[in-house]
Design a protein. Structure first.
Length: 200
């Protein structure tokens, strides 16, 4: 495998990790007008992210064994990008309906968090197991690549958390940031498609 291909996958691992945690932080701004910003809201958001990652890890590992292609992760990232792009227009109506139906307690918080995060973050969670399957060529290098992919993704998450909280949110609105994240994911998906085409 050419040296640039793993590097490109690692770059996208950083980007996906950044958007994933960045949007978790941003989701608190969507929920705040309805549920406040207390510990209950954050418990709902964090639990939803963890559940989404678990689903993504399971799904990614199962799918890539049958379809070992970067197109798998490109499609997952693209759908996540489209979902995020729809959130600014739909979030208020959806969360308002959830508030009416479930109230502002734990059920409402978890349902609203799931509406914002569960599908797109599950799709992004597929990235790590899929990318590992595409990179690893020998069991002798499995540990090194697993550590690298998960390490780079986690560093991206740190960057996304801090960048969103301290740079983006004070500077531009939540909806503009959501569109920015959707655009970044769209570019990442295109990059993974191009990676597949160059390998063919």
């Amino acid at each position: 495998m050419a040296a640039w291909r793993p590097a490109w996958i690692c770059l996208n691992a950083f980007v996906v990790g950044g958007v994933l945690m960045g949007f978790e932080m941003l989701s608190s701004r969507y929920l705040y007008p309805y549920f406040g910003g207390g510990i209950g809201t954050w418990a709902g958001l964090i639990s939803t992210i963890l559940l989404a990652l678990a689903i993504g890890y399971f799904a990614g590992g199962a799918v890539v064994d049958r379809f070992p292609s970067t197109l798998v992760i490109a499609a997952a990232i693209a759908v996540s990008a489209i979902y995020l792009a729809l959130i600014p227009a739909a979030a208020d109506d959806v969360i308002h309906a959830i508030l009416i139906g479930f109230g502002d307690g734990p059920a409402g918080i978890i349902t609203a968090s799931s509406a914002l995060l569960l599908l797109p973050m599950s799709l992004l969670g597929m990235f790590s197991p899929v990318s590992l399957r595409l990179i690893i060529r020998s069991t002798h290098e499995a540990g090194r690549w697993a550590g690298l992919i998960y390490g780079v993704s986690t560093l991206g998450s740190v960057f996304g958390t801090l960048g969103t909280t301290f740079a983006l949110i004070p500077t531009i609105g939540s909806r503009a940031i959501t569109y920015l994240f959707a655009a970044i994911l769209g570019l990442s998906a295109v990059g993974m498609v191009l990676l597949r085409e160059r390998r063919s």
